[in-house]
Design a protein. Structure first.
Length: 595
């Protein structure tokens, strides 16, 4: 805005002489620009601050490699101009042993005193000192997450330093940063009103974020208790530990959970990170079925799990400084492994892998952005600082879809017969009722085949149960190849199978049944010489009152096929009424039924 005004002024004053023009422009620049100090750095007029301002362009810094320079010495060096202006560089130094001194100059041209708040937005600073000049001399505030939370001038997850600038005055402030973790300097100046508004919005957003974690954790815990599926237990561990890790990372745990325990405020970051990595790896291996789909890659992940557990066990014994860099490298390794496992299982046909890859792709993007920021390769800003959270928000939504896909897989597995891999009797009881009701509503035909392997007990007694199990699998495979969708094959029990064929009438069902009978006979002729007897029934125009009578009709047809010599197909519609009644009456009290 000031630049546009100056350009307009230049245009309007172009007709003046060069001497007058230079004088007027110099006056305009003095009025519209920040004060330039002797060392070439800028001071900031707080009259220009209506809400908040980033202080990085106004900072000068001094590195103290040994961490031994005293405050008076820093002022002396500052007076000689030996502090360096930051300019447009990012004050993100990654892991460093140095202490860093920062000087900031503010001035108030107004006629009244102004109150402001200096905010350091990165809460994971071990030791932070703030020096401000007062009428009584220099006042020092010592805080940081190595001191109790009560050392902070204002109760907030971030570091807040209230200041007051008298009218027509210039004030200098010094800050000293020293930490074992990543050193990020993110200083802002706020009006009190802006700080209150920003804090309210921040805590509302954090409440929504962590509320989502709690809902997701409770949901998965309930699912684990209901289904006893290990994937939900591992994901609950992951969500709980990662949510707590993020609360430490945001400074909320230190504010609300352990404000008087600085050791836990620092070491909990490593412990919770290790727990979340372990939970994520276990969840990944379970939901993607990596032991069976990609066993070699799974062994690597298994070995990495032990590395994570080892880091978890030693984390209370070693210092944060010793562990943080190896843990950062281990985090990158685990994230890479999870991505590889997701891609491998995706190409191997795992349905949950589709959602998993999208979910962890979003999270890994955030993780790597934060890691690059941690090592000083990316600037410290709102995006890189919160990349973890942005990625995890997307991850939570997409992983809920992966869990839904996993539930469908579990349901399908529960509906399959373990031996033959066709649907089991429980699923048949559910589906026959559904298909029967559809037929009644839509007035469409529905056919049912019930078939039995002939003399199967004799075969088992002669050749053994292992050979009998092989025969059951062979028959199931022949049935699956012989039935087109939407037809479905079920193992009803023992050597008895059922086939449900929606939209199939009496003519078509006869052809399907005969095709199945002949294929079983021909394809097993050389090995086991297996034959089957088949009973068929068709529901049309409310011929049967309910699914039970429908099934009884097909089962009675099967009984008559066996009575007539086996290895044949009998349809219910072709039975004489007397035969049907006699067959039903002759069935024992333990007859096969849908129960």
């Amino acid at each position: 805005m000031i630049d546009r005004v100056l350009q307009t002024a230049i245009g309007r004053l172009a007709h003046l002489g060069s001497r007058h023009l230079r004088l007027i422009l110099a006056l305009l620049l003095m009025l519209g620009s920040p004060h330039l100090l002797a060392d070439g750095s800028s001071s900031l007029s707080i009259d220009q601050i209506q809400g908040r301002v980033d202080l990085r362009p106004y900072l000068v810094l001094l590195e103290d490699p040994a961490g031994e320079i005293e405050f008076d010495r820093v002022r002396e060096l500052d007076s000689r101009g030996e502090l360096t202006s930051l300019g447009d560089a990012s004050p993100n130094f990654g892991f460093t042993d140095s202490a860093w001194w920062v000087r900031l100059t503010l001035y108030n041209d107004g006629d009244t005193a102004r109150r402001m708040v200096i905010r350091q937005d990165y809460p994971l600073i071990d030791h932070l000192e703030f020096w401000a000049s007062t009428p009584a001399g220099w006042e020092k505030i010592s805080t940081g997450d190595r001191l109790p939370f009560s050392s902070r001038p204002l109760d907030n997850r971030q570091f807040l330093f209230p200041i007051e600038l008298p009218a027509h005055s210039e004030s200098r402030y010094y800050l000293r940063f020293q930490t074992e973790g990543s050193l990020n300097i993110g200083l802002y100046a706020h009006t009190p009103e802006d700080l209150v508004s920003m804090t309210a919005e921040e805590y509302l957003a954090l409440g929504i974020y962590y509320g989502g974690f709690i809902v997701l954790m409770v949901y998965n815990l309930i699912m684990f208790m209901t289904l006893r599926e290990k994937a939900f237990a591992y994901y609950t561990l992951y969500v709980l530990s990662y949510g707590l890790y993020m609360s430490v990372h945001n400074g909320l745990s230190f504010e609300y959970l352990w404000p008087n325990n600085p050791w836990l405020a620092n070491q909990s970051l490593i412990v919770l990170l290790a727990l979340s990595l372990f939970g994520a790896l276990r969840f990944t291996r379970e939901i993607l079925s990596t032991p069976s789909l990609c066993p070699r890659a799974d062994k690597v992940a298994y070995f990495t799990e032990w590395l994570v557990l080892a880091s978890l066990l030693i984390s209370p014994l070693l210092s944060y400084k010793t562990l943080i860099i190896p843990m950062a490298a281990l985090t990158s390794l685990v994230c890479l492994e999870m991505l590889v496992l997701g891609v491998l299982t995706l190409f191997l046909g795992s349905r949950p892998a589709r959602y998993y890859c999208a979910a962890f792709g979003a999270l890994l993007g955030g993780v790597f952005a934060y890691m690059l920021k941690t090592f000083g390769l990316l600037p410290h800003n709102a995006l890189t600082q919160n990349a973890f959270q942005v990625g995890s928000l997307i991850e939570m939504v997409l992983l809920s879809l992966a869990i839904g896909s996993r539930l469908n897989e579990i349901k399908q597995q529960n509906n399959l017969d373990a031996l033959t891999r066709v649907h089991n009797r429980r699923y048949f009881n559910e589906q026959i009722d559904i298909e029967f009701q559809k037929t009644v509503r839509r007035n469409l035909p529905l056919s049912l085949l019930v078939l039995d392997i002939d003399h199967f007990k004799r075969f088992n007694d002669t050749y053994g149960h292992a050979r009998g199990d092989q025969v059951l699998r062979v028959v199931a495979q022949i049935l699956s190849r012989s039935v087109r969708k939407p037809g479905t094959v079920y193992r009803y029990g023992g050597e008895e199978f059922a086939v449900v064929l929606p939209g199939t009438d009496e003519t078509d069902i006869a052809a399907v049944a005969e095709r199945i009978r002949s294929r079983v006979e021909s394809e097993t002729a050389e090995a086991d010489r297996i034959t089957v007897s088949v009973g068929a029934a068709t529901q049309r125009a409310e011929r049967f009152r309910n699914p039970q009578t429908f099934f009884d009709a097909a089962d009675t047809a099967l009984y008559l096929a066996k009575e007539q010599g086996r290895n044949r197909v009998v349809q219910h519609d072709h039975l004489a009424s007397e035969q049907a009644v006699m067959a039903l009456d002759s069935r024992s009290s333990g007859q096969t039924n849908m129960g």
